[in-house]
Design a protein around this ligand. Sequence first.
Ligand code: ZN
Length: 287
Amino acid sequence: MKLGIDLGGTHIAIGLVNSRGKLLNKIEKDWTSEDKKNMNSAIKNNIITLVEKILKQSNINLDNITKIGIGYTCMLIKDNEKDEYIHYFEKKFKKEVSMRNDAKCAALCEKKYGNIKEYKNVIFLTIGTGIGGAYFYNNKLVKPTLKEGFEVGHMVICKNGKKCRCGKEGCFEEYASIRTLKDKIKKEFNIKENINSKYILRMSEDEQYKEKLGNIIDEYTDNLKIGIINLIEIFEPDVICIGGSFSYYKDLILSPLVNKINKQLDRQIKVILAENKNDAGIIGAVL
Ligand SMILES: [Zn+2]
């Protein structure tokens, strides 16, 4: 039995994963405003608390855990900071601990257990709070030497565009992340509360919102199309697979996006969703 942990931009998720890659139990928690004041200690304290909690809930002793895998977003942890965390948690839990960029975790899960098993050359995108990526060439995850690589969310798609948290302007994720889409919708309809996929899907069926929301989604899929076509032209993948919270918008966003992409290419490209949705990050963290 292994423990997979997904450190995302808005929340932390921990899951118990068996040897066949099945998620047996899962606990999720949003980062609080208190957590955000000191993420380093929040990450450490939350992981310790949630490991204890899930083991207790599942009636399992830490001795039965063979490995702890942690997937992290670069919003929380820089690639060169992971060794400090690995050292800390190995000392704390006396277990093998591994850490990998969250998009690569999700991609490895989908490659082993999910929708991209059969494809050799794959571009995998996680679209949620930001945009992460991974690339398989001839079935192998491409891994550069310096950092984890394939940070497609920070390729520039707009000159003098919106300022990104990475310091550049006009990054892909500032135009095509689900966070950006939600912010636009909240602004346009003057919504103060947090909104999720269910909320947006309900709005899309409501006559009073339909037209305005349709325009926002049209602009959003245009931006997404630019980034994805750039990647297709460079890497010539057999398929594009998308995970993250984007997975919850199949009919509303994926279908129009695929139409737009294929209209601009001289071949038809498959764009599919990750089978394990948001859980792929937890399962892939232990691979
Ligand atoms: Zn950026």
